[in-house]
Write a protein of this length. Sequence first.
Length: 286
Amino acid sequence: VALALQSATVSAQDEVEEPVLDAETQKRLQIYTSIQWEEGPVSVDVGGNATLQLPEGFRYTGRQGSVLWNQFTRNPPDATIGTLMPIDEDKKWFLCFEFSDVGYVKDDEELDADALLSSMKEGTEASNEYRRQQGWGGIHIDGWIVPPTYDNKTRNLVWATRLRDDEGNQNANHNIRILGRRGVMTVMLVASLDEMDAAIAETDQLLGGFQYKTGETYSEFSSGDKVAQYGLTGLIAGGAAIAAVKTGLFAKLLAMVGKAGKAIVVVIVGALAAVKKLFFGKSASE
C-alpha cells in the first residue's frame, strides 16, 4: 500500500518504472483515495449534535469517510461517526468519534481505579480464550497510563491503558467520554506508546474546540429526559466489555503513506466478565 500511494504521487515526467499492483492493493488504494476530508481551519459537524473547531494542520472525515477508513485499515465495521488525524505524515495517531444515546449519565459517584483495573484485566484474559479459538494472539492489560479521572467542569471522563500482545509488542489506548444531555460522545485516541504523551497533549487542545449544540449540553438536562442506567464506572467497564476492535497491531500497518496516513492501529479488547465483576452479584438497590 505504501508503494502504491508513493507511486501515485510520481509525475509522468519522472523516469520511474511504475510498480505492478496486485488486485487487493489496487482495491485498498481506491478506498483510500475516495475518502473525503475536511482540512482545518474549519468548523466540522460531529454526529449532528456537536461541533468541533478543527485547526490548521488537521483533517476530519464524517461517517461515510470513517467507514472507508475502517475498510482501508482492515478494521471491522463499527459505529464511528468521525475520524480525525494530523496532516503531518510523521504523526501516526488518529481519533475516532462515536455517540451513544444512552441518556443522561449521572456523575455523582467515586471511581475505584484499582477495582476497575482488576476487573478489566480479568475480562480481557477471559476474552483471550475466544481470541485463541479464532487463531488470534492474546492481548493483555499491563496497567494504567492514565487512571480514570473525571472533570466535573468539562464533563469529561478520561482513562488510558497499556496493552501488550503475546509477542511482547506494546501499544495503548486513550479513552475520553464527553457527557451530554442525551448521551455520551466517545473519543478514542489510537497511538503508539512512543507518541502517546504528545498525542494526548494535542488531543486535549483539539477537544477544547468541541461543544455540544444548543439543547444537547449536559447542563440542559430537563426532568423527563432519559437517564442512563449506569454511571461513570459503567462507562469505563462498558468501554472494556464492548471490545470495539481497532485492529492492526499484529499486522503492523506502519506504512500507510500519504498526508492522511501512516496510521498505527491498536486492538481494544475486553469481555462481559468486566461488567460481571463490577455489577453482578450485588443487590438490586446497588
